[in-house]
Every structure is written in structure tokens, then in C-alpha cells.
Design a protein around this ligand. Structure first.
Ligand SMILES: C[S@@+](CC[C@H](N)C(=O)[O-])C[C@H]1O[C@@H](n2cnc3c(N)ncnc32)[C@H](O)[C@@H]1O
Ligand code: SF4
Ligand code: SF4
Length: 324
């Protein structure tokens, strides 16, 4: 398998409280920032070992808020030394550091994650001051313009929730007007369960009823319907002779882990099985990325860890139910 993407978590810390994210919900241990010297060692290794890829995309986030890194500008100056690396970021824009010309020009994609377009919506999810988020987005646009930064892909990811407060239905239009005024893209998205532990807890019935209700309500998930179908699927899977083609297809798709072409590295420089797993579990760590050869990285990513079995089970059922 050819590695195509690199995820290098520069910040294990976040200033927001999104309840469907393991960092925001504080269901895993938040643990500091990546040291600039470690960042440089990782970037130098990626740039050299994977040079055959040509341009190499590096995502500087996974479970934290990258702009909070106290040496953010220094990290961008490090990246500027490696012309075959493309840097992508995603931010809640609750805090944006002052950028100089080099740091403004380093980012090729900025995804601005928004939980609505009012303080009321922000009070439910990010729990950040909305007016400050707006000002910070405007600052980013002005700074990119000032330095003529060529960010190919700069857009707002507007998450749609089933909120009922007055005026909520107009918020997506307000977000559209805002993006049009600033010349940004807009992607209206459905939020989901984005960390593996909560995903498995939800679908394998290990989540408390209160928490499950909260997920059902805000993410429009139907645990009862899933559990019923999963039960019948499991009994069909046991009798493998009776598997029907869509189920076999789903089983193959789930066993071919879709995250297999990504290399995920946490803020301590440790290789993880994928970007879906939280970073605080020592049992999931596959080794120190800088000390591994490219072949060892590939081999380690093929060795499935115990959590993968459950992940594949849920994915198989989900894929079969959705008919993909
Ligand atoms: C955990 S965040 C870390 C980066 C940054 N703090 C942010 O929120 O953009 C990584 C990605 O997850 C996405 N995300 C956050 N909550 C989500 C949800 N409930 N469902 C799907 N994606 C989500 C964000 O848009 C972001 O691109
Ligand atoms: S989704 Fe991003 S902004 Fe929200 S808590 Fe998680 S890391 Fe922070
Ligand atoms: S199968 Fe394993 S590596 Fe693949 S997404 Fe699931 S937990 Fe991650």
C-alpha cells in the first residue's frame, strides 16, 4: 500500500468544548504540544522517505486546535524549508496567532469548523465567543490578502444540528452571506461521532442511556434501529454460507480499512493505527515514528490492533445497512 497522507498532531489541546469530540468532551487526556525540534525531525523524515510521492500533504491537526501551539509561527518557518510538503489545517478560529508573511503563506488548505452562526448555537457545541470567532476569520482573510498567500482551499465547514432556537433556520444563509462577502467556500455538513471510542461505545451498546439519547438527538442517529439490524446481521455473518452479495461487499470494504493510506502521528511523535483513535491510550501506540523505517511504518500499519476488530464489525454492519 502506498502512503498518501500524513497527519502530524501539533497540539493535544483545545479551547472549545464540542460534546461529540473526545477532546471537547474531555473523554481522553489532553496532553500538550509537539516540541518544534520533534516537528522538524518528523517533517524532515517525511520529506526524505516519501519524496517519491512528489507533493506530500501533511495535516497538522487531529484531536487538537493547531493555532493554540505557542510556537505556531516557528513551526511554519520549519515547514517552509521543505518545498515538497503541503500543509493543511482545520481550526475552530477561537484563537488565531499573529501571522507573519512566511507563516501566512505556508497553509494550502484552511477548514474553519463552525457549529452555527450565532452565540446560541455556539453555546451548544463549541462554547466559544462567536463574535471573536468571526473577527478571527476576518483577520485570517485580511492577513492572507495582505501577504498575497495562495491558499487554494479556504472554507467554512458549517455543521447542521437539529437546533430549535428562534432564527436557527436562517443561520446557514447568514453563513453563506459571510462566506460570499469574504470570498470563502462553504461546506454544509452533518456532524457525526468522530472518535473511535465513542463510536464503538455508541454502536456496541456500551454508552450510558443519557449520553446515547444526547447523541441520538443531536446527531440524528437511531441506536435502536441499528441494534436491531446489527443483531440480525451478526447471526447472518456467523453462517457465512448464507451471506448475500451486498453483505459480502460491505464485509470486504470494512476489512480493507479506509484509513490505510494515512499515517497518523500524535503530538509525542508516536505512530497510531489511524486518525480515528484517540491519542491517550499507550496500548494503541505502534512505535516512535522518527525511529522507524518507511517499511516498518507500512508493516506496523498493516498489523491490526485489537480495537480494529470491533471497528470492522461496526463498519461492516453500517456499510451493509446503508447499502454502500
Ligand atoms: C477534532 S477536529 C481538530 C481540529 C480543529 N480543532 C477543528 O475543530 O477544526 C478535526 C476535524 O473534525 C471535524 N469535526 C469536528 N466535530 C465533528 C463531528 N461531530 N462530526 C464530524 N466531524 C467533526 C472538524 O471539522 C475538524 O476538521
Ligand atoms: S472538534 Fe476541534 S474545536 Fe471541537 S473540541 Fe474537538 S478539537 Fe476542539
Ligand atoms: S480498522 Fe483499525 S485502523 Fe482502520 S479505522 Fe478502524 S481502528 Fe482505525
Amino acid at each position: 500500500m502506498q502512503m498518501k497522507w500524513f497527519i502530524v498532531e501539533i497540539s493535544g489541546v483545545c479551547n472549545a468544548r464540542c460534546p461529540f469530540c473526545c477532546t471537547g468532551a474531555k473523554t481522553h487526556q489532553s496532553s500538550g504540544f509537539m516540541e518544534p525540534s520533534l516537528f522538524e525531525a518528523i517533517i524532515a523524515k517525511i520529506s526524505k522517505d516519501y519524496a517519491y510521492l512528489g507533493g506530500i500533504p501533511v495535516y497538522i491537526y487531529n484531536w487538537g486546535e493547531p493555532f493554540l501551539h505557542p510556537n505556531y509561527v516557528e513551526l511554519m518557518h520549519i515547514l517552509a524549508k521543505y518545498p515538497n510538503i503541503y500543509c493543511m489545517t482545520s481550526t475552530n478560529a477561537g484563537y488565531v496567532p499573529e501571522l507573519d508573511e512566511i507563516s501566512a503563506k505556508m497553509i494550502r488548505r484552511v477548514r474553519l469548523s463552525m457549529s452555527g452562526f450565532s452565540q446560541e448555537s455556539y453555546d451548544h457545541i463549541h462554547k466559544l465567543p462567536f463574535d471573536k470567532v468571526v473577527r478571527n476569520i476576518e483577520y485570517l482573510v485580511e492577513t492572507f490578502d495582505k501577504y498575497d498567500a495562495k491558499c487554494d482551499d479556504f472554507y467554512i465547514a458549517f455543521f447542521e444540528y437539529p437546533f430549535t432556537h428562534p432564527g436557527y433556520e436562517d443561520e446557514v444563509h447568514k453563513a453563506r452571506e459571510f462566506t460570499e462577502r469574504l470570498g470563502l467556500g462553504l461546506s454544509v455538513e452533518k456532524p457525526g461521532i468522530n472518535d473511535l471510542r465513542s463510536y464503538l461505545d455508541f454502536y456496541l451498546g456500551r454508552m450510558s442511556e443519557d449520553r446515547r439519547e444526547f447523541y441520538n438527538k443531536y446527531l440524528n442517529l437511531d441506536y435502536a434501529a441499528y441494534a436491531k439490524k446489527a443483531k440480525s446481521m451478526r447471526s447472518r455473518l456467523k453462517k457465512s454460507g448464507s451471506l448475500k452479495p451486498p453483505v459480502v461487499k460491505a464485509f470486504d470494504a470494512a476489512n480493507n480499512c479506509l484509513t490505510g493510506h494515512r499515517v497518523s502521528i500524535n503530538q509525542r511523535g508516536e505512530l497510531l493505527p489511524c486518525c480515528f483513535v484517540p491519542y491517550d491510550d499507550p496500548q494503541l501506540v505502534l512505535g516512535n515514528f522518527v525511529e522507524l523505517s518507511a517499511d516498518q511504518v507500512e508493516k506496523k500499519l498493516q498489523r491490526k490492533v485489537s480495537i480494529c476488530r470491533e471497528c470492522m464489525e461496526v463498519n461492516t454492519v453500517s456499510l451493509a445497512i446503508s447499502g454502500k
